[in-house]
Design a protein around this ligand. Structure first.
Ligand code: 0O2
Length: 211
C-alpha cells in the first residue's frame, strides 16, 4: 500500500504544496483580524495561531479508515483536515466572534461545522471545528482548497494536547484506561468551568470600565 502511495509522489507533493498555500492564506486572514481587533478591543482575542499539515502516516490511516482509494483525487475529495489551522483564543466568546468574522469574508465558503464546545465529545474534548474552502491564486490559475480551522481557548488546548500525550499509550489494561478517561473527563470539566469563570471576570471588568 505504501509503495503504491509513493508512486504518486509528484502529484502528492504538489497537492501538499497547495495545502500549505491554503494554510498560509487562512493564517494571514487571522493575523489581519488579530491586528485589527487588538486596536478595537482592549485585549487581543488571538493568543496563538498554529498551522499543521497532516503527516503521511496519519493520511494513510484515515484513507484506510474511510475505505477510500489511495489516489490524490480521493485524498482531496475525501479528507477535509489535511491542512489545519489552530487558533487559540483568550475567551470562549472570542472563538465565536472570530469564526463569524472569518465566515463573513466573501472568498471563504463554509463546508462543515462541528461545535464541540456546545456539544463536547464524550471524553470531554472541546473546540469549534470549521471546514472552509479558500481560493489560492497560482501563477496561471485559481484553485479552491479545504482547510480545517480549529478554534479553542487556552484551557481547551491545554487539555487536548495533554490528553493526546496521555492517551497515546493505548496498550494499558482496560480498567486502567477507563480510570484515566474518567479523570481526563473531570479535567475537561474543570477546564470548562475555568473558561466560564474567566469570561465572567472579563465581562464584569468591561462593564465596570464602561461606567
Ligand atoms: P491530527 O494529529 O490533528 O491530524 P472527519 O474529519 O469528519 O472524518 P474526524 O477526523 O473524527 O472526522 O473529525 P473530528 O472529530 O472533527 O476531529 C478531528 C481532529 O480534531 C483531530 O485530528 C484532532 O486534532 C482533534 N480532536 C478530535 N477529537 C479529539 C480528542 O478526543 N482529543 C484530542 N486531543 N483531539 C481531538 P486527528 O486526525 O485525530 O489528528
Amino acid at each position: 500500500m505504501k509503495d503504491r502511495f509513493l508512486s504518486y509522489a509528484g502529484p502528492y507533493r504538489e497537492l501538499m504544496a497547495y495545502y500549505r498555500c491554503a494554510m498560509m492564506e487562512v493564517e494571514a486572514k487571522f493575523k489581519v483580524l488579530s491586528e485589527e481587533l487588538s486596536l478595537q478591543y482592549d485585549h487581543n482575542p488571538i493568543e496563538t495561531i498554529k498551522t499543521r499539515l497532516k503527516r503521511p502516516e496519519s493520511i494513510i490511516e484515515k484513507v484506510s479508515k474511510k475505505d477510500l482509494p489511495l489516489t490524490v483525487e480521493s485524498l482531496e475529495n475525501g479528507i477535509n483536515d489535511i491542512a489545519g489551522v489552530r487558533v487559540i483564543c483568550s475567551f470562549v466568546s472570542d472563538i465565536y466572534m472570530l469564526a463569524d468574522a472569518l465566515l463573513k469574508q466573501d472568498d471563504i465558503t463554509l463546508i462543515g461545522r462541528k461545535d464541540y464546545i456546545k456539544e463536547p465529545k464524550p471524553n470531554g474534548y472541546r473546540s469549534l471545528h470549521l471546514i472552509v474552502e479558500i481560493p489560492i491564486f497560482l501563477h496561471d490559475h485559481k484553485r479552491l482548497m479545504k482547510v480545517e480551522v480549529q478554534l479553542r481557548t487556552i484551557a481547551m488546548d491545554w487539555w487536548a494536547s495533554s490528553e493526546h500525550k496521555i492517551r497515546y499509550k493505548k496498550d494499558l489494561p482496560v480498567k486502567v484506561l477507563e480510570e484515566i478517561d474518567k479523570e481526563l473527563l473531570e479535567c475537561a470539566m474543570i477546564g470548562a468551568q475555568l473558561d466560564k469563570k474567566m469570561e465572567q471576570i472579563q465581562k464584569s471588568v468591561m462593564d465596570k470600565s464602561a461606567k
